[in-house]
Design a protein around this ligand. Structure first.
Ligand code: ADP
Ligand code: MG
Length: 284
């Protein structure tokens, strides 16, 4: 894995200005945030509603531009118009609502849509669409109507669209929020697989078990980054997370309750297999 600075935010502040009839309201959503993400990382972003997660996501592909400070994507300044095309190609976005992201009536056309818009050769489009659909496990559905697919399948089509653009990074803003448990599992498996292939992943989620699968967890609160560490280190701070309205994975909650009762368990258990092993050892 190349460990170069791939995404860099330097003292970034961002505010929304809303004009009402008789007043103008300024909401500062991010307050002087600095952050570096290396190529190939898998980062989860946590924070309760309104903490600034979506604002942050949109800064990463120049939908939002910083009010002050700088955002660099692969060295490209997002405020420079000349970089816009390359930045949008480098960082693909997947949003929460699968229905809002579908533009065509046939799956393969949907995946090809952006490629056609930028004038990629038909042969190359065919190749990239097939490859992207195979990667997300949706190749057999290439001639289906996207509207008839499940939420999880639609989100995989959206991810395929990003892959077909050869984006090196995918930012997913609560991609599983509207999915059932099967869809959630499909998306997490796809994301994990893409990261293994070298795609940089920024996953915004409010599911703690999903964040536990990342290699790094960033916690945002009131527009500031208040934690940035491995999932184990972040989730072992149960009280701090609860104080800002976040939960921890269920198995972490369970082990922390047991520890309080004097049962000797590690305080950094974040996944189910780990919890099972620890309890099994204890009960044997
Ligand atoms: P999150 O994704 O963590 O829920 P957001 O980034 O959407 O948080 O929002 C951060 C803050 O900015 C919130 O206070 C929210 O109300 C405000 N905000 C978000 N979008 C807009 C907008 N389009 N206009 C005005 N305020 C907004
Ligand atoms: Mg949001």
């Amino acid at each position: 894995m190349q460990m170069d600075k791939f995404i860099e935010l330097k003292n970034v502040t961002f505010s929304y200005i809303t004009e009402y009839d008789d007043e103008t309201v300024k909401t500062t959503a991010l307050k002087s945030i600095s952050l570096e993400i290396n190529r190939g990382e898998f980062v989860a972003v946590l924070g309760h509603n309104g903490s600034g997660k979506s604002t942050l996501a949109k800064l990463l592909n120049a939908i939002n531009l910083p009010e002050s400070g700088k955002v660099y994507i692969n060295g490209m300044d997002t405020t420079d118009d000349n970089n816009l095309f390359d930045i949008r190609k480098t960082v693909g976005m997947v949003f929460q609502n699968p229905d809002n992201q579908i533009v065509a009536t046939v799956v393969e056309e949907d995946v090809a849509f952006a490629l056609e818009n930028i004038g990629v050769e038909p042969h190359e489009i065919r190749r990239r669409v097939d490859e992207a659909l195979k990667t997300v496990g949706m190749y057999e559905y290439r001639e289906h109507a996207p509207h008839k697919l499940s939420g999880g399948q639609k989100q995989r089509i959206a991810i395929a669209g990003v892959l077909a653009m050869k984006s090196e990074c995918i930012v997913l803003d609560e991609p599983t929020a509207m999915l059932d448990p099967i869809g959630r599992r499909e998306i997490m498996a796809t994301i994990t697989e893409l990261n293994k292939m070298g795609v940089t992943i920024v996953l915004i989620t409010h599911y703690m078990d999903e964040a536990a699968k990342a290699k790094r967890v960033i916690v945002v609160d009131s527009g500031e980054i208040i934690m940035d560490d491995t999932p184990k280190k972040v989730f072992s701070q149960v009280e701090k997370l609860k104080s800002i309205g976040l939960d921890v994975p269920q198995v972490t909650e369970l082990t922390h309750e047991l520890i309080k009762e004097g049962i000797p368990l590690a305080d950094d258990i974040i996944d189910e297999d780990e919890c099972y092993e620890a309890l099994y050892k204890l009960l044997k």
